[in-house]
Design a protein around this ligand. Structure first.
Ligand code: ADP
Length: 402
């Protein structure tokens, strides 16, 4: 059992990576975009072979998986001889709710549970289930596993996961904080401990996963204690197009004043807020930073983004009664020299001392960006959620075969 296919199925997209677990190398990765639309895009990037990018009509996820399997076994662009070489398939699942708190092998009960969470993750869980069905249709005898974004946060105590609203909403409708990006927060915290050569359990860590979606997690004893995303991935930090924290009274007020429906207000907060709304320019941090010297709206967007992130780091330092390590990861966290510098500049009260030269280096590897005499270690760790999914899948299959 050596080759694991990792799938991340979205409503109109399907991303994949094929791992050889003998050395955890990626044999091929790629994606199918615009599934169900008139011109779907297929991108296939095999190791040591020529990349492939073309347009084809792909009507559903089952066809998308068939196309992916064709590419993986293609005589020119493929990396395996036959689909029989795929030992297992691991899926990324956004919402596991309160019951699915660890990675597991897919069976009817697990699928039913994922289905029962459609209301809590309407954009994600239905798409993930389509991905599982598409694999079943193409590879009926291959075991599948599911790895949940929420699972790492299942260790949060009630003090952190409950909202101060009538309890009936929790009892009847499971309204509580779940948290997301858990696979990433877990991966970078484990890597941080390895990098520092210290036991994970001995460290108070604040992990900042800052991409289009963004969340911060407070980790102690190697476990998630609190995290900024909530019942949905809308809460917490300001993001590319998401508002993050706002006064909840704004929602009914805006609905009344602008005569918005539930769908419209949801779309406003998820798709038309954040960096995009304030800059009026872009949801992309690169464009914001490139324009902020001459464009005051871009500058305001950047300043708000940075300030809100810094406030979360400060509040989690209070939650943990101190912090040993701050980790930056994901698109912005790994790449934005300017954002990391701005955040760290005002964390000196915690004992953070940035080494500007280290911060400015552009390399994609685990590294320290704090000065040697900084009281808090500040690290940049490229995230790798797919590898975590492949590892969990490998472990579960070994257990199954024992
Ligand atoms: P997603 O949440 O979609 O996985 P990513 O983790 O890929 O997002 O992050 C996307 C964000 O990373 C975008 O805002 C993009 O501008 C930002 N980003 C990528 N490279 C850079 C860079 N060199 N400098 C600043 N921001 C960057």
């Amino acid at each position: 059992m050596k080759k694991i296919l990792v799938i991340n199925a979205g409503s109109s997209s399907l991303k994949y990576q094929l791992y050889d677990m003998t050395d955890e190398s990626v044999l091929a990765k790629g994606r199918v975009e615009r599934i169900g639309m008139d011109a779907s895009i297929v991108v296939h990037e095999p190791k040591d072979r020529e990349d492939l990018r073309y347009v084809e009509e792909i009507l559903d996820h089952t066809t998308a998986v068939r196309v992916v399997l064709q590419k993986l076994t293609d005589p020119v662009h493929g990396v395996i001889q036959s689909i029989d070489e795929i030992d297992a398939v691991g899926h990324r699942i956004v919402h596991g709710g309160e019951k699915l708190t660890k990675s597991m092998i897919v069976d009817d009960q697990v699928k039913q549970e994922i289905r029962s969470l459609f209301d809590l993750a309407p954009l994600h869980n239905p798409a993930h289930l389509m991905g599982i069905t598409a694999i079943e249709n193409n590879l009926p005898n291959v075991p599948q596993t599911v790895v949940f974004d929420t699972a790492f946060h299942s260790t949060m105590p009630p003090m952190c996961f409950m909202y101060p609203i009538p309890k009936v909403l929790y009892n009847k409708h499971k309204v509580r904080r779940y948290g997301f990006h858990g696979t990433s927060h877990q991966y970078v915290s484990e890597q941080a401990a390895k990098f520092l050569n210290k036991p994970l359990e001995s460290l108070k860590i604040i992990t900042c996963h800052i991409g289009n979606g963004a969340s911060v997690t407070a980790i102690k004893d190697g476990k998630s204690f609190d995290t900024s995303m909530g019942m949905t991935p809308l809460e917490g930090l300001m993001m590319g197009t998401r508002s993050g924290d706002i006064d909840p009274a704004i929602v009914p007020y805006a609905m009344a004043k602008e005569e918005l429906t539930v769908n419209e207000v949801n779309s406003m907060l998820n798709k038309h807020s954040g960096l995009m709304a304030i800059s009026g320019l872009s949801s992309d941090m690169r464009e914001i930073t490139e324009s902020m010297d001459k464009d005051p709206n871009a500058k305001l967007a950047f300043d708000m983004f940075e300030y809100r992130l810094r406030k979360y780091i400060g509040s989690y330092a209070a939650a943990l009664n101190g912090v040993d390590v701050i980790v930056f990861t994901a698109g912005i966290g790994e790449n934005s020299v300017v954002l990391r510098k701005a955040v760290c500049k005002n964390l000196t009260y915690l004992g953070v001392k940035l080494d500007e030269q280290r911060n400015a280096e552009r390399v994609s590897k685990d590294r320290r960006i704090s000065a040697d005499d900084s009281k808090v270690e500040v690290l940049v760790i490229p995230t790798n959620e797919e590898l975590m999914i492949a590892r969990d899948t490998y472990r579960l299959l070994e257990e199954l075969q024992q």
